[in-house]
Write a protein that binds this ligand. Structure first.
Ligand code: PLP
Ligand code: COI
Length: 337
């Protein structure tokens, strides 16, 4: 086990020992390779560098009380990377290859998996990039898939303490029929200006409205949005938000807890009706929201300084499954041994 300050890790890059790589050349994927280098050597005209042919994933491994390491729903991440590949015309990596690469990356770096008591986890970052040279706007004929890992704490430094979101109508993260539903780098580049503004104003993330009409709640920074009212878990249905695996899991857990679930368009006005609001994602887990500030109308929606009861129950339940404290009745976790 590494000697790190596990409880105060934060969410940042940290070197681990090994990463896994796989090259696509001559129309086929090669064997998985293990590397100890942090750098890659690619052609200056690679499509990833010029035209954003790049997709990534984010998932986590957790050390249980029983000393076992569990990875959460990696088949879902593998499939989503395939969707992203279809979305920007990259070679599709087989699901099994993705899973095997994740298993090897975790196994080769087990001493970086944070201990159970720390509440931290091992963040796994798969990455797929177009490496073949092009100067016309068209897909590469060569690709590189990589998986690297690092121990992390919560994405929002406050962890499970509620934070604020901000609405700024002059910014869009993605176009209505654009790439918002894919996990491709361009969406994140497009969110940096307003993301920085939000942080500078003391907000943890931007709450986007739909970019066509500005009537409905959309994506929530690097996470999905949910609101709870009248024992109902409500989350936006939109073509421009990333289909979050955390959200998909919370929907199952919410139903199991007796909440109704609605995935539908969520009008902006409904912000005034929610009893609890949260942002959810792999990195964010559940980040409870205490307030949403509408910067155009200078108006606040407030949800209380403590996490709501349902948010807390959902958070605890999800974490219990991930760390192996509760039985995994949905087959969401794989023990890495
Ligand atoms: N939305 C965006 C834009 C994200 O980057 C993420 C993170 O992956 C999510 C939502 C949450 O998705 P997931 O729960 O699969 O991590
Ligand atoms: C994740 O939750 O895994 C993400 O990818 C969010 C962010 C770090 C981009």
């Amino acid at each position: 086990m590494e000697n790190l300050d596990w409880k105060n890790l934060g969410f940042g890059y940290r070197k681990s020992d090994y990463n896994v790589r796989c090259y696509y050349r001559d129309g086929k994927w090669g064997e998985l390779e293990i590397s100890s280098s942090e750098t890659i050597n690619i052609h200056m005209s690679a499509t990833a560098l010029h035209y954003g042919q790049e997709a990534f994933e984010g998932l986590k491994a957790f050390m249980g009380k029983d000393g076992k390491i569990r990875v959460f729903r990696m088949d879902e991440n593998a499939k989503r990377m395939q969707d992203s590949s279809d979305g920007i015309l990259m070679a599709k990596l087989p699901v099994e290859k993705f899973q095997e690469a994740v298993r090897i990356a975790v196994k080769m770096n087990t001493h970086f998996v944070p201990p159970y008591e720390s509440g931290a986890s091992l963040y796994i970052r798969p990455l797929l990039i177009g490496t073949g040279p092009q100067i016309g706007v068209k897909p590469a004929n060569e690709y590189l898939f990589m998986v690297f890992v690092m121990p992390v704490g919560p994405y929002f430094p406050e962890g499970f303490k509620p934070t604020d979101l901000i609405i700024m109508r002059e910014y869009d993260r993605a176009a209505p029929q654009g790439t918002g539903k894919y996990k491709v780098g361009g969406n994140y580049a497009a969110s940096m200006v307003e993301g920085k503004k939000a942080k500078e104003g003391g907000f943890s993330a931007v709450l986007y409205l739909d970019s066509k009409e500005k009537k409905y709640l959309d994506e929530c920074g690097p996470a999905n949005f949910f609101g709870i009212k009248n024992k109902t878990y409500i989350t936006p249905l939109s073509d421009s938000i990333l289909p979050s695996i955390t959200n998909k899991s919370l929907i199952v857990l919410a139903e199991e807890m007796g909440l109704k679930v609605e995935r539908r368009k969520v009008p902006y006005e409904e912000l005034a009706e929610f009893e609890e609001v949260g942002a959810c994602g792999t990195a964010a887990v559940i980040s409870p929201i205490k307030g949403v500030y509408d910067s155009d109308k200078d108006k606040w929606f407030k949800y209380g300084d403590e996490p709501g009861v349902w948010s807390e129950k959902l958070y605890n339940k999800l974490r219990a499954i991930q760390y192996g404290d509760e039985p995994d009745k949905y087959g969401w976790v794989e023990v890495i041994d």
